[in-house]
Design a protein around this ligand. Structure first.
Ligand SMILES: Nc1ncnc2c1ncn2[C@@H]1O[C@H](COP(=O)(O)OP(=O)(O)O)[C@@H](O)[C@H]1O
Ligand SMILES: CC(=O)OP(=O)(O)O
Ligand SMILES: [Mg+2]
Length: 537
């Protein structure tokens, strides 16, 4: 197959999370490849069970926020045409210290292991967490790039990293078309009384201050995948009603009503709602004004931060990280603001509603807010409470501290929040229950399933069990054996088992379903890409 021909068929899907980089390579299924006579295909040409893309390879680089990073490489057992070399599991790689060098490491490994030429990749789908008012995926040109950049303040752990990957793609894969897939699009169905904040509506509109919601690609994948997993069909008069928990380094929940996002826990930015690895989740907004005792203390901290940033930028320049790519510079302003019209003020709104709020280092009035963003996003959550970003480690410590007792970790913890780990575990449980209760009411008790996903949701039977006990009063019941064996079920027959039903079959009762779903944001992007006629050329 010529490189040109391959180039039309290979899709690289890049999912930049706050602590990880997940990359999958797909080929458009042969029956689905565009041909000169039929440049695009549609969902209606798919046979039942047929996927429009075929997985060739998945690579995960995790622990980016708690080095050393861990590199995994998993060629698909069914990919016969290209040899991608041996499987690698959790290899610690010291030199991977950022999303950008994780990506270049991946590209080098891809070339060395498979000999695949860069030109063979025709499309690169990038997960971009904050898409502001975007309502559909977009090919990344100068304008799209700039708009994503303008939204970076509203997803401080994400959009910046995604932009560095977009730049790296333009540099290393210049013949590929880069397409942005936004997490926010899925939540465009949330009604105004839920997405609005109780603030001045004029300011809210002008500055795009509203709930956006994130993890949308994950929720889209889960919703679509789950719709084929109901043995008892849901009432035909409505779509699925679900409560889905995507619990990873960033954790959120969504209330799916009639097959659409009705409410979600994250808001204007991914810091609100549930706590995460380094994020605080919901706090009283006034907390930020009480963190420091005085403006002076805040200004000193700000000074230190600016110095550290300068040092970091010098280092980056040395590494050549800030090379110009296709005529694009990350941000012309040395102070990182968005003074595009050069009037000396940040430009507050643009065609996509929101822009930067507070990153002018020179503006004294902003000092506390910018530091607050840093504190709430990077210096809070599990890391601040316990010293680790890994929830698995927190669970292990809770278990160890309760091992002499016959009670389970969460029961032990409830007696006294004896240590920081137990406090963190119980705090998370409490916040999760808060939203489950709220969403249960919003769905009028009519729920088809409760769903766990994301790194913690997929890998922590302890957290699922603790929640399972509390939600029995709502008619959910978890089978403890199935819950404990979720990992085995996934790795067992058919490595592609993406959904495990952990609900208990209540005799004579119509028990509600509880599922664990291995979410796959990369597949969601690649699938949407292959089905979108705008990207078929
Ligand atoms: N065995 C485990 N038990 C509980 N949590 C785990 C376990 N292994 C990993 N995790 C959690 O999963 C998180 C990563 O989730 P993931 O969804 O993959 O990341 P991201 O949010 O970067 O996309 C880690 O930060 C860690 O807290
Ligand atoms: C939105 C978000 O927090 O994403 P992630 O969990 O991938 O960091
Ligand atoms: Mg993620």
């Amino acid at each position: 197959m010529s490189e040109d021909r391959q180039g039309k068929d290979l899709i690289l899907a890049v999912n930049s999370g706050s602590s990880s980089l997940k990359i999958s390579l797909y080929r458009i299924a042969p029956a689905f490849s565009p041909t000169p006579s039929s440049p695009s295909s549609s969902i209606s040409s798919l046979a039942p069970g047929q996927e429009p893309v075929e997985l060739l390879l998945v690579s995960t680089i995790s622990n980016l926020s708690a080095p050393p990073a861990s590199f995994s490489w998993k060629p698909s057992p069914t990919s016969s045409t290209i040899n991608f070399g041996d499987k690698i599991k959790d290899s610690k790689i010291q030199k991977i210290t950022s999303h950008t060098n994780a990506f270049t490491y991946f590209l080098e490994h891809l070339k060395n292991a498979s000999g695949l030429e860069k030109g063979a990749i025709g499309k690169v789908c990038h997960r971009v967490v904050h898409g502001g008012d975007y309502v559909e995926p977009e090919i990344i040109d100068d304008q799209t790039y700039e708009r994503i950049q303008r939204l970076s303040d509203l997803a401080p752990l994400h959009n910046g990293a995604a932009l560095t990957l977009i730049k790296a793609t333009l540099q290393h894969l210049p013949s590929a078309t880069s397409i942005a897939y936004f997490d926010t699009i899925f939540h465009r169905t949330i009604p105004p009384h839920i997405y609005s904040y109780a603030i001045d509506p004029v300011v809210a509109r002008e500055r795009g201050l509203r709930k956006y919601g994130f993890h949308g690609l994950s929720y889209a994948y889960i919703l679509r995948t789950l719709s084929t997993h109901f043995t008892v069909p849901v009432p035909t008069t409505r779509g699925l009603n679900l409560i889905i928990m995507h619990l990873g380094s960033g954790a959120s929940m969504v209330c799916i009503k009639d097959g659409k996002s009705f409410d979600t826990t994250m808001g204007l930015t991914p810091v609100s709602g549930l706590p995460g690895a380094t994020r605080c989740g919901n706090v009283d907004p006034s907390l930020v004004f009480h963190w420091y005792g005085s403006v002076q203390a805040a200004a000193e901290e700000k000074e230190k931060e600016a110095e550290a940033q300068k040092e970091e930028e010098k280092e980056k320049e040395k590494d050549g990280d800030r090379k110009e790519t296709q005529g694009k510079e990350a941000d012309g302003d040395p102070d990182g603001d968005t003074d595009d019209d050069g009037d000396g003020k940040d430009d507050m709104d643009g065609p996509h509603g929101v822009s930067r709020l507070s990153h002018r280092h020179t503006a004294g009035v902003d000092v506390r807010v910018t530091i607050a963003e840093e504190i709430l996003n990077r210096r809070s959550g599990w890391k601040a409470m316990t010293g680790t970003t890994n929830f698995g480690e927190i669970v292990a410590k809770v278990k160890a501290s309760s091992s002499s007792s016959t009670t389970s970790p969460d029961e032990q913890g409830e007696q006294v929040d004896a240590d920081v780990y137990t406090l963190a575990f119980n705090l998370f449980l409490d916040r999760l229950l808060t939203y489950i209760g709220s969403y249960y009411l919003k769905l009028g008790g009519e729920i088809d399933a409760l769903v766990f996903a994301g790194g913690i949701g997929e890998k922590s039977p302890e957290l699922r069990e603790a929640i399972g006990k509390r939600v029995q009063c709502l008619g959910f019941s978890i089978d403890l054996d199935r819950n404990a064996n979720v990992g085995n079920a996934q790795a067992g027959e058919g490595e592609d088992q993406k959904v495990v039903d952990i609900s208990e079959n209540w005799e004579g009762k119509n028990g509600r379903k509880v599922f664990v779903v291995w979410t796959d944001e990369q597949l969601e992007m690649a699938r949407q890409c292959s089905l979108d006629p705008r990207f078929s050329q």
